[in-house]
Design a protein around this ligand. Structure first.
Ligand code: ZN
Ligand code: ZN
Length: 149
């Protein structure tokens, strides 16, 4: 999933605004980060980059992730209190999440009727949505059987 020029423009202007250098290596890293599927911790992403021979300090990767989240190309999920999980927004359809607190399984779902209800609520409060994130925390069928709680 290549990043479009429009998205690069957004990234470049954010880097400029922050006085951060967008080196060739950082561009390569951003390309990799925004083509990852699934939900990954910052440490997992550091490892993925390492495997692709993109040598980068942990601090730099963390910084890239926070900039990409700031410009809304990446979503930083707070499923777990201790670590964020990142998921690309580029080239993905909107979806919401079920999170199992037993085994940390993540299930993606999308519901037209929930989206419609949310739109109604926005209208009612005269609110403009930038983004929303709907999460349900619970137990998957396996963990329910194990009587996790
Ligand atoms: Zn589970
Ligand atoms: Zn997701």
């Amino acid at each position: 999933m290549p990043i479009s020029n429009k998205e690069w423009d957004i990234i470049v202007s954010k880097f400029n605004e922050k006085g951060s250098m967008l080196t060739k290596q950082r561009r390569t890293a951003i390309d990799e980060i925004l083509s990852l599927d699934g939900h990954h911790s910052a440490d997992e992403i550091v490892d993925v980059l390492k495997k692709k021979k993109i040598q980068m300090s942990r601090a730099t990767v963390y910084r890239l992730l926070s900039i990409l989240a700031e410009v809304n190309l990446l979503e930083a999920h707070d499923f777990d209190m201790n670590k964020k999980l990142y998921e690309r927004k580029v080239g993905k359809f909107h979806h919401d999440h079920l999170y199992c607190i037993g085994c940390r399984t993540i299930i993606e779902f999308s519901s037209e009727s929930i989206e419609r209800e949310q739109d109604k609520i926005l209208k009612k409060f005269g609110f403009i949505e930038i983004y929303h994130s709907h999460k349900i925390f619970g137990l998957c069928p396996d963990c329910k059987k194990k009587k996790f709680i």
